[in-house]
Design a protein around this ligand. Structure first.
Ligand code: 3HC
Length: 288
């Protein structure tokens, strides 16, 4: 397969990442079907596309024709069969739970055409952990976007030992078609590049907050004003989801059994209270 053969894209998951990845692909001219088990999430995602695209026209960032074409390219359905049945490329952006992802990849392998590439947008689950649930491991890889996916330029493409170079190359090419800057990781590693670097910063920030040295808000003020980051680590955790911070630390701890990999007390407290950040309207900050 070549990049020119990719025309239909299926995005699995209409959450934090999936809804924006779907709009990104539709803006690049692909026919996109976004699917989710939750009709409520699909309605939210469709509502977002229907308000975001006209807003971009008003802002002068898109022409009316570009916005209309993107909307016409985009469909939402709860049926995985309908979404993946004619896909040339699938981007899985479902919940970060291993058993769910393995089941999804087995289902996608059964439903999607045999030439289709199945990529996961997982933040930390390397694709070798799902590839063996399919009969096409050479067509499985990581394609990792950043939040908000419509804004952040980077995509990490991770080639596992099972991933063919053709699959990684097409994924790199697709990223470029979406207007992204892609980096090609030739080996799998937990957290890839960016989340490893980010988690070092977040771990230190959480340690300082857990020790009562400063509040999360003060630590964010320090990082934005001293280091020039657009947001501090706590506001960023609110954006990406404190539930995700919890799951990724648990996943890491379950693999390493190293107590220092356990989620920090503050993350456990926020996770348990259901204060997961922007998506629940409360995390380290409160949102309207
Ligand atoms: N969705 C879509 N577009 C958005 C957006 C959103 N949620 N938030 C902001 N934007 C767009 C605005 O429309 C605006 O676009 P324009 O300039 O073309 O008109 C642009 O972004 C700037 O927006 P604002 O002026 O409202 O706000 P800021 O200048 O504060 O930018 C931000 C917001 C882009 C989110 C910026 O704060 C930022 O870059 N933050 C850091 C984000 C980051 O580090 N992301 C990586 C997270 S790690 C990750 O994703 C890992 C993964 O595994 C989860």
């Amino acid at each position: 397969m070549k990049i020119e053969d990719v025309m239909n894209i299926c995005v699995v998951g209409a959450g934090n990442m999936g809804h924006q990845i779907a709009v990104c692909c539709a803006l690049a001219g692909y026919k996109v079907i976004c699917t989710d088990i939750s009709q409520e999430m699909l309605n939210k995602a469709e509502g977002f596309a229907k308000s975001y695209l006209p807003e971009r026209v008003v802002k002068g960032k898109l022409t009316q024709e570009q916005a209309d074409n993107a909307l016409a390219n985009l469909r939402f359905t709860p049926s995985l069969e309908e979404a993946a049945g004619e896909a040339d490329f699938v981007i899985e952006a479902a919940v970060e739970k291993m058993d769910i992802k393995r089941k999804l990849f087995a289902d996608l392998d059964r439903i999607a055409p045999s030439h289709a590439i199945l990529a996961t947008n997982s933040s930390y689950i390397v694709s070798s952990q799902v590839a063996d649930a399919t009969k096409r491991p050479d067509k499985i890889c990581n394609m990792h976007f950043f939040n908000p996916a419509l804004v952040m330029k980077l995509v990490e493409v991770v080639q596992g030992p099972h991933t063919s170079t053709e699959t990684a190359q097409i994924t790199m090419d697709l990223s470029a078609k979406l207007g992204k800057i892609a980096v090609w990781l030739k080996k799998e590693i937990y957290g890839f590049l960016v989340n490893r670097i980010l988690s070092a910063l977040a771990q230190e920030a959480l340690f300082l907050a857990d020790m009562g040295i400063a509040t999360p808000q003060e630590i964010d003020l320090a990082v934005t004003n001293a280091l020039g980051h657009p947001m501090g680590p706590f506001r960023l955790m609110d954006l990406t989801g404190i539930d995700l911070s919890y799951y990724s630390a648990m996943e890491r701890y379950q693999t390493s059994r190293d107590p220092k990999d356990k989620p920090s007390p503050l993350v456990v407290e926020k996770y348990t209270k259901g204060e997961w950040g922007k998506k629940t309207k409360k995390g380290y900050y409160t949102y309207e």
